[in-house]
Design a binder for this molecule. Structure first.
Ligand SMILES: [Zn+2]
Length: 117
């Protein structure tokens, strides 16, 4: 029933997306968006420094459509891109992604041959 056609031409599309950011049009649109959205549209706290596609280009979002663009701070943009790249989740809900580091107590107490024995 469910058949997934193999897409052979992923690579040229990725290249085309990358090229958008090198165009003069993008540079102009970017300034317009950052002027319109001076604050990050996700956290509403940090100043927007990056322009994000609400609908990613690879998902069919229009690259230069002001309606599809929003100003984001670097942090929110990174989180959003990360979520998009992992292909899941609900775009509206942002969880903070703090990685929990376990202190290295076991490393400093580790004695390869059983210590004083
Ligand atoms: Zn933000």
């Amino acid at each position: 029933m469910a058949q997934f056609p193999v897409k052979k031409y992923n690579r040229p599309r990725e290249d085309a997306i990358g090229k958008v950011y090198q165009t003069t049009q993008w540079r102009r649109v970017r300034i317009v968006v950052l002027t319109r959205d001076p604050l990050c549209m996700l956290c509403n706290v940090a100043p927007a420094t990056e322009v994000d596609h609400k609908t990613a280009m690879r998902l069919g979002g229009k690259p230069f459509d002001l309606e599809n663009l929003q100003g984001l701070c670097e942090r929110c943009h990174n989180l959003k891109s990360m979520r998009e790249r992992h292909g899941g989740g609900h775009p509206g809900t942002m969880h903070s992604m703090h990685s929990v580091l376990v202190p290295g107590e076991n490393v400093s107490n580790f004695k390869p041959y059983g210590g004083s024995l």
